[in-house]
Design a binder for this molecule. Structure first.
Ligand SMILES: NC(=O)c1ccc[n+]([C@@H]2O[C@H](COP(=O)([O-])OP(=O)(O)OC[C@H]3O[C@@H](n4cnc5c(N)ncnc54)[C@H](OP(=O)(O)O)[C@@H]3O)[C@@H](O)[C@H]2O)c1
Length: 218
């Protein structure tokens, strides 16, 4: 069981915290406003959870989750996350985040940009195409033929392994869509994205990732 630093405690961060605690992990939560604003969530999660400033949550983590949108000027706890696996839930949506020209041109993915912000960490794009409220509702046992799959992308095999174990524990199969330069295939607007409400089984997700075409973004 791990201590997971969850940076960003909104819709996704709080739901991943619930799942992590339900599966026996400890969580240290952080947001942009400060730990005193997370009292209600920590109370709900119980003794396995606490809130801390961002750098402290990152330092306490065996691995971390970043659950807020990418911004070029993000001030991330680079040293506290050095050597650690970091899961990034971000989806690039230009209507919300503004345009990132190197992403729009296909030169780099937003997750390569995030990896560049954390050069000493092992980044994985994970949990991006499941609506947070569905995390528990769509979970299924490993032997259920209707089990759904989630994609992961990373330049680091050990990060893919960790995400695969986490997906499995949370009730999902894994499709490895690595490296990070391929992560555009699971971005909003792609073929697979049409199923982000209902989920898709492994073979459907593999096929839909392969059917992605560049330049389809909201
Ligand atoms: N919502 C979903 O179902 C879903 C599913 C998959 C992926 N995603 C993606 O996951 C990301 C988060 O989505 P969300 O819906 O959870 O957003 P959200 O509800 O707006 O929550 C964002 C959280 O991040 C915190 N935050 C923002 N900047 C921060 C910083 N620099 N350091 C630490 N914390 C920071 C915010 O803190 P404050 O409130 O204190 O500002 C808030 O707790 C987005 O990129 C989204 O596209 C969302």
């Amino acid at each position: 069981m791990a201590t997971i630093g969850i940076l960003g405690a909104g819709e996704v961060g709080s739901q991943l915290a619930r799942a992590a605690v339900a599966h026996g992990h400890d969580v240290v939560l952080a947001n942009s406003r400060g730990p005193e604003t997370l009292t209600a969530l920590v109370d709900e999660l119980g003794p396995s959870a606490r809130a801390a400033p961002v750098a402290e949550a990152a330092a306490a983590a065996d691995f971390a989750i970043i659950a807020f949108p990418y911004r070029p000027d993000d001030d991330l706890p680079v040293d506290e996350l050095a050597g650690k696996i970091v899961l990034d839930t971000n989806n690039y949506m230009a209507w919300r985040d503004g345009h990132h020209p190197v992403v729009d041109s296909g030169e780099q993915t937003e997750h390569e940009l995030r990896q560049a912000q954390l050069p000493k960490s092992k980044l994985a794009k994970a949990f991006t195409h499941l609506q947070a409220p569905n995390l528990f509702r769509l979970a299924k046992n490993a032997d259920d033929p209707a089990r759904l799959a989630l994609a992961v992308s990373s330049n680091h095999p050990e990060a893919v392994e960790l995400v695969t174990r986490l997906y499995d524990a949370f009730g999902f199969d894994t499709v490895d869509n690595s490296p990070l330069s391929e992560s555009w295939r699971s971005a909003p607007g792609t073929v697979m994205w049409q199923f982000h409400d209902t989920g898709q089984r492994r073979e459907d997700l593999v096929r839909n990732l392969a059917r992605a075409r560049p330049g389809t973004r909201p």
